[in-house]
Ligand binder design. Structure first.
Ligand SMILES: *Cc1c(COP(=O)(O)O)cnc(C)c1O
Length: 300
């Protein structure tokens, strides 16, 4: 897999900023979701499973990635989708349309039922409906996913002092922590509110050279502000790197803000991990348009 790292504009000349373009791994499927699925696909085949089941919301990068990976590997895919109302809106929803084109079959459930998705009863019901399957958790995070994310950092990346990544369920950052060097610090920027993440990351991470920065979730998962959208557009004009508004955009906003506030020591070299998520921009713009808000615009 070819790796692409780009230098980007830093608001402080004594601090060097680079971005690892994991988003370029695939035009639709998020880079980190690809990595998270790699060893799970191998495991599913070892177990002779022909169907993958997973869970997700209306604009889930993970749903899109799993649908695509299933198609590539000739595996049947079932997506348990949060929100019954979405059943009639697949055509209008770019993420779900893409997943359906890849052959994914949907099972729409109410928010209430979705909350019970990890219960034995619910999993038994899925087995009655779809037969035997390999289960990939929501967001794709498990031990094998972390193993895949350990391949994000390369040997030559030891030159960086800080490695910054966005955090959803914590699988990606756990892999990065495990393959980082002890002299490096890994900073995670959660895109949702909540304190459960520390514990989840500790479950998978084998080192303690990391910290979560909780100031840049912009109100929670899937929430964006005009300020963030305008930042994304201006970052694109300066660097020609498209960022997604849910994950990487918030992390990069945070890092630039921290540089301005002298958080990083002089002469720091920072590596930003662009985890992808570009497929979600269309859906987000539909929502922003309907609210008469500024939209994400990466046309020159
Ligand atoms: C899912 C996702 C993340 C978060 O990854 P976790 O392993 O859940 O922490 C970050 N960026 C993008 C683009 C994603 O799709």
């Amino acid at each position: 897999m070819e790796i692409n790292t780009q230098k980007i504009h830093s608001p402080n000349p004594s601090i060097q900023l680079f971005i690892r373009r994991e988003d370029l791994i695939h035009p639709i499927v998020s880079g980190n979701k690809f990595r998270k699925l790699k060893y799970n696909l191998i495991q599913a085949k070892l177990e002779n499973q022909t169907t993958l089941v997973t869970f997700g919301g209306a604009f889930s990068n993970h749903i899109a990635a799993l649908a695509y990976a299933g198609k590539q590997n000739q595996l049947k895919t079932i997506g348990v989708i949060r929100g019954e109302e979405l059943a009639s809106e697949v055509d209008k929803n770019p993420t779900l349309s893409f997943a359906r084109q890849c052959g994914m079959q949907f099972y729409f459930v109410s928010r209430e039922e979705y909350r019970k998705k990890d219960s034995v009863e619910f999993l038994q019901k899925l087995e009655q409906l779809f037969g035997s399957f390999y289960l990939v958790p929501e967001g794709g995070t498990n031990e094998l996913a972390v193993k895949g994310c350990q391949e994000i950092l390369q040997e030559t990346d030891t030159v960086y002092d800080f490695i910054c990544t966005s955090v959803g369920t914590g699988g990606t950052i756990s892999g990065i922590i495990n393959s980082s060097s002890s002299h490096q610090k890994v900073l995670g920027f959660p895109s949702l509110k909540g304190d459960f993440l520390q514990k989840d990351i500790r479950k998978f991470a084998t080192k303690s050279n990391w910290e979560l920065i909780n100031d840049y979730h912009f109100g929670g998962y899937g929430k964006v502000s005009d300020e963030l959208v305008l930042f994304l557009n201006s970052f694109y004009s300066k660097n020609k790197v498209p960022l997604d508004p849910i994950y990487t955009g918030k992390m990069v906003f945070g890092v630039i803000d921290l540089i301005r506030n002298d958080f990083f020591p002089k002469n720091s070299k920072i590596l930003l991990i662009h985890t992808g998520g570009i497929q979600g921009i269309k859906g987000m713009n539909e929502v922003l348009k309907s609210k008469n808000k500024p939209i994400i615009d990466y046309n020159d």
